[in-house]
Design a protein around this ligand. Structure first.
Ligand code: 5GP
Ligand code: ZN
Length: 106
């Protein structure tokens, strides 16, 4: 999606403070952190939200969730962390590219 800010981050077109990247996923620190550690984990593939996922996204969703505790531990959150996926305007979603919030060290 050409007008999607997270697609632009995934493509390296706009900068982000990245903590992880592979061929399918990228994680970067939130620009307005709501906790001492607050990063976002996204698929490089554009999907508007969790409500737009179907069975074709199953492996991607599994990988996303399994990556979260590994990256959290690397960020010093080995004793625990919070996750959130805001879905839709009514769920507080502001950027319509699926992303998992990981927060900790409050
Ligand atoms: P949402 O409410 O959609 O779940 O959360 C979007 C999150 O993306 C917010 O916490 C916001 O601070 C973060 N964000 C929005 N634009 C950018 C950006 O350009 N760079 C980074 N690193 N974070 C962003
Ligand atoms: Zn996107």
């Amino acid at each position: 999606m050409s007008n999607c800010i997270f697609c632009k981050i995934a493509a390296g077109e706009i900068p982000a403070n990245k903590l992880y990247e592979d061929d399918e996923m990228i994680a970067f620190h939130d620009i307005h952190p709501k906790a001492p550690v607050h990063f976002l984990l996204i698929p490089k593939l554009h999907v508007d939200s969790l409500a737009h996922c179907d069975a074709s996204h199953q492996a991607m969703l599994g990988k996303l969730l399994l990556l979260a505790p590994k990256l959290a531990a690397e960020q010093g959150l080995g004793d625990g962390f919070k996750t959130a996926i805001n879905t839709g305007a009514g769920g507080g979603q502001e950027v319509f590219h699926l992303h998992l919030h990981v927060l900790g060290n409050k």
